[in-house]
Write a protein that binds this ligand. Structure first.
Ligand code: TTP
Length: 690
C-alpha cells in the first residue's frame, strides 16, 4: 500500500513536471495533457522503466490518445561539442549531419524540352503510346496530370506539345522519335533519359565541393551528404571553433550566430497563399504553422544554411550548363530531405530545420511514408485508428514491437524523423541490363520471335556500349531470355556470353536467337505454339569489368568452333537459371578438370564448371587466367543464390531497409508478442512475397 502510494506520487509529480515542460516548449495548440487513469497500471505492465516517459502513460490506441509534444522527437537540439566538430569520424549520428535530396523537375519532359529547345513556358508532355508519362510545369496549369490520355490533355490545352518517347524498331541501331510508333512493332526506349540522367549526375559530381558524398537514388534524384564540406566551411567561417579548450574536447561549442540567411524556403513557415499557388501537390500539411517562438538558431541551422548555398551552386551549374531545372530538400537525414524536396517545386529548394520537424511531421498522413503505404500501413492505421504521424507518436515502442515484431522499431523511429541510412555511391554499373516488351499481339509461332529478339538486342547493345564508354572492358557473364504468357510462370534460359571487344547487335541477336531456339522452338517454325507468348525479355547478367585475360579469350572465341558437347540441365527447378557444362568424364575430351575448372558450391552442393568456351582452350590458358575466371564464376554463382534469396523476400520498393541493430534505441527483451512478435515474421509479413 505504502509502495503504491509512493509510486503514484512519483508519477503524479512527473506528470506535473512534464505538463509544465510541455507548456513551456510546445508551440502546438489545442493539446491537453491530462494524466490518464491507466497510468499506474501501465507502469506496472511495462518492464522498462527507462522508457516510461509520459507517452507510455497515455492510452496508446485510437485518436483519443493525447499526444505529447516535441518531447516525442529525440535530439532536435543536441549539444554540439568541439569533439563533434573536429572529429574526423563522421557517422550517421553526427549532430551536424546535413543531407540533401535533389530531384529534377518533370524529368522526362525536361529532357525533351532541352532536346527540342522549346520555350520554358511552352506546355509539353511526354507520352508513351496514348498515355502521358511526364507533364512539364506549364502544362500542369491546365490541370493535365500523368496518366491522362493524350487526347484529353489536348482538349484542355490545344497548344500542348506532345512528344512520344523514342522507340526502337527492328533494324534500328539507335532508338528514334517516330511520328506514329506502333506498339505492335516498336519498343519504347528510355535510353535518352538514362543518358541525360548520367550527365546531370556527373555535373553534380564535378560541381559539388570536395568531400560531399553523392548517391544516385533514381533516374532523376540524388542524395548528397554535405556533412564533411559543411564542417570545413564552418571552420573557415568561424575560425575560433577550430581550437578546443585544452584537454576539454567535449566542451559545448560557443553560442552560434543569432541570425542566418536562408537561400531557401523554410519548411512550415510559408504563408497559406503561397501554398495555394504551389502547383505541385505538397507533401506538407502544416500549412501556415507559425515558427515556434523558442526556435533559436542552432549550430545545426548554420550547417543547414551552408549546405543550402552549396546545393544552390551545384543546381545553378546543372541549370546553366545542361538546361535542367531541379528542386532540392535539405534536412538532417535522407528521409526528411526527401520529404522536404517536394515542399515547393519547380526550380526551388527548401530546408527543414530540426526545430520544425515536429510541426512538419505531426500532421503528415503517415501512409504517405515510403513502405507505410501498403498492407503494413493499413494494419497500423487499423490497429491504432491512426492516420497521421501525430496519432502514431502516442504508440510506444513496446506496443509497436508487441504487435508488429522487433523490426517495427523502424516505424517508431521514422515517425520521429529518425533515419540513419547512409548516403553511399552505388557501383556505377548495375550487374544486369534488361530489355523487355509486353506484346500487344501475342507471339503464336516460333518464327515471330527473332523480330523481338533483334529489337531488344539493339537496346542491350546500345546500353552495354554506353556503359563501356565509362568502364571499358565491361562484360556480361551471361545472357538470358525469358518469356511468359500473361502472369503465368516465366520460362527462362541462360547461357554464357562470350567476351567480345566490339559488341554488335548481330552478336547479341545471335545469342538471343540461340536461346529462343532452345526455349521456344526453331527460328523459322510456323507451327502454332502450345502457349502464346505475351511478354519477352532479354538481359545481360553479371555485368562486370572483365577479370580474365579478355583479349586472349576473345582471340580464342573468334576461332572457336561451335561446341559439339551437350549441356546438362539438372532436374532441380533452380536449373532454369543455370547452364552448367558437363565434367570432362561425361563428355570425353577437353572438359573441365577437377580442382581447376570447377568448384562445388557450399550451398547447393552443385558442381559449377567454367564455361566450355574457356575449358575448350584450357591448354592455351594460363593458370592465373583460369583461376580468375573460376573466381568470377564463383562470385556469379553466389550472386545467383543471393538473387534467389532476394526473390523470396519483398522487393526493395516494398520493404523498409532492415533496421541496423546499431540504430536500435533500446534492444527489446524477448517477450510474448502477438503474431508479429512471436512467430518471428514481424513486419515482413506485410510485404508481398515474390
Ligand atoms: P517523377 O520524379 O515521379 O516525376 P517528374 O520528374 O515527372 O515530376 P516531378 O517534378 O513532380 O518530380 O518521375 C521521374 C520520371 O519518371 C518522369 O518524368 C517520368 C517517369 N515516370 C514514368 O514513366 N512513370 C511513372 O509512373 C512515374 C512516377 C514516373
Amino acid at each position: 500500500m505504502w509502495f503504491s502510494l509512493a509510486v503514484t506520487r512519483f508519477l503524479w509529480d512527473k506528470v506535473t513536471w512534464e505538463r509544465k515542460r510541455f507548456k513551456r516548449n510546445s508551440p502546438s495548440r489545442g493539446l491537453v495533457l491530462t494524466p490518464q487513469p491507466r497510468l499506474f497500471l501501465i507502469y506496472k505492465t511495462h518492464s522498462r522503466p527507462r522508457r516510461l516517459s509520459l507517452r507510455l502513460a497515455f492510452m496508446w490506441k485510437g485518436k483519443s490518445a493525447v499526444t505529447d509534444s516535441d518531447s516525442e522527437f529525440v535530439d532536435l537540439n543536441p549539444t554540439i561539442t568541439y569533439r563533434h566538430l573536429l572529429s574526423h569520424a563522421l557517422g550517421v549520428k553526427d549532430p551536424l549531419r546535413v543531407i540533401a535530396l535533389c530531384d529534377s523537375d518533370a524529368f522526362y519532359a525536361g529532357c525533351e524540352m532541352v532536346r527540342l529547345g522549346v520555350d520554358p513556358e511552352q506546355p509539353l508532355v511526354v507520352s508513351q503510346w496514348d498515355s502521358i508519362i511526364a507533364v512539364n510545369y506549364p502544362s500542369r496549369k491546365f490541370g493535365i496530370t500523368r496518366m491522362d490520355k493524350v487526347k484529353d490533355a489536348q482538349k484542355r490545352c490545344p497548344n500542348l506539345v506532345v512528344v512520344h518517347v523514342a522507340t526502337y524498331k527492328e533494324g534500328d541501331a539507335e532508338p528514334e522519335y517516330w511520328e506514329n510508333p506502333d506498339t505492335k512493332t516498336h519498343k519504347v526506349s528510355l535510353d535518352f533519359y538514362r543518358r541525360e540522367s548520367n550527365k546531370i549526375h556527373n555535373m553534380f559530381k564535378e560541381s559539388l565541393p570536395a568531400g560531399a558524398e553523392l548517391e544516385k537514388a533514381s533516374i532523376d534524384e540524388c542524395f548528397i551528404d554535405f556533412t564533411r564540406p559543411v564542417r570545413e566551411e564552418l571552420l573557415r567561417r568561424y575560425p575560433h571553433l577550430a581550437q578546443a579548450p585544452p584537454g576539454a574536447a567535449d566542451t559545448p561549442l560557443p553560442p552560434p550566430p543569432t541570425t542566418v540567411t536562408w537561400n531557401a524556403n523554410l519548411v512550415s513557415i510559408r504563408p497559406k497563399d503561397d501554398v495555394a499557388n504551389n502547383l505541385q501537390e505538397s507533401s506538407t500539411s502544416t500549412l501556415g504553422d507559425p515558427e515556434p517562438e523558442d526556435s533559436l538558431i542552432t549550430w545545426h541551422d548554420v550547417a543547414l544554411s551552408v549546405a543550402v548555398d552549396m546545393m544552390q551552386s551545384a543546381r545553378d551549374q546543372v541549370r546553366t550548363k545542361l538546361g535542367y531545372s531541379t528542386s532540392a530538400g535539405i534536412a538532417r537525414n535522407k528521409f526528411l530531405a526527401k520529404l522536404t524536396a517536394s515542399y515547393r517545386k519547380p526550380n526551388s529548394q527548401s530546408v527543414l530545420r530540426n526545430a520544425m520537424i515536429p510541426h512538419y511531421l505531426r500532421p503528415f498522413p503517415f501512409q504517405k511514408i515510403r513502405f507505410l503505404g501498403g498492407k503494413l500501413g493499413n494494419a497500423v492505421a487499423k490497429e491504432y485508428e491512426a492516420s497521421t504521424v501525430g496519432d502514431l507518436l502516442a504508440v510506444s515502442l513496446d506496443e509497436f514491437q508487441r504487435t508488429f515484431g522487433e523490426d517495427s522499431i523502424w516505424i517508431w523511429e521514422i515517425v520521429r524523423g529518425i533515419d540513419r541510412s547512409e548516403v553511399k555511391e552505388k557501383p556505377p554499373n548495375s550487374k544486369s541490363m534488361g530489355a523487355s516488351k509486353n506484346l500487344p499481339t501475342p507471339v503464336t509461332m516460333s518464327c515471330e520471335g527473332p523480330h523481338w529478339i533483334r529489337v531488344m538486342a539493339a537496346e542491350l547493345t546500345l546500353r552495354l556500349n554506353d556503359a563501356r564508354k565509362i568502364s571499358p572492358g565491361l562484360w556480361p557473364r551471361t545472357i538470358a531470355l525469358s518469356t511468359r504468357q500473361g502472369w503465368s510462370a516465366t520460362q527462362r534460359k541462360q547461357a554464357p556470353f562470350p567476351f567480345l571487344r566490339n559488341v554488335t547487335i548481330d552478336a547479341v541477336a545471335a545469342a538471343g536467337d540461340k536461346l529462343w531456339k532452345e526455349l521456344v522452338g526453331p527460328l523459322n517454325s510456323t507451327k502454332p505454339l502450345s502457349t502464346k507468348i505475351t511478354h519477352v525479355s532479354l538481359s545481360f547478367n553479371g555485368v562486370e569489368a572483365g577479370e580474365v585475360n579478355q583479349q586472349g579469350i576473345e582471340g580464342f572465341l573468334s576461332k572457336a568452333p561451335s561446341s559439339p558437347r551437350k549441356r546438362k540441365r539438372q532436374a532441380n527447378s533452380d536449373d532454369e537459371e543455370i547452364v552448367e557444362t558437363l565434367p570432362a568424364s561425361s563428355s570425353g575430351e577437353s572438359g573441365p578438370k577437377p580442382d581447376i575448372d570447377y568448384f562445388i558450391c557450399d550451398r547447393c552442393k552443385r558442381r559449377i564448371a567454367l564455361p566450355e568456351e574457356l575449358t575448350m582452350f584450357a591448354s592455351e590458358l594460363d593458370e592465373d587466367t583460369k583461376k580468375d575466371a573460376l573466381g568470377s564464376l564463383r562470385a556469379e554463382h553466389q550472386d545467383f543464390h543471393f538473387a534467389q534469396d532476394l526473390s523470396k523476400m519483398p522487393s526493395d520498393d516494398e520493404r523498409p531497409e532492415k533496421p541496423n541493430p546499431k540504430w536500435t534505441v533500446q534492444p527489446r527483451k524477448k517477450g510474448k508478442h502477438k503474431d508479429g512478435g512471436t512467430n518471428g515474421e514481424g513486419i515482413e509479413r506485410f510485404f508481398t512475397k515474390r
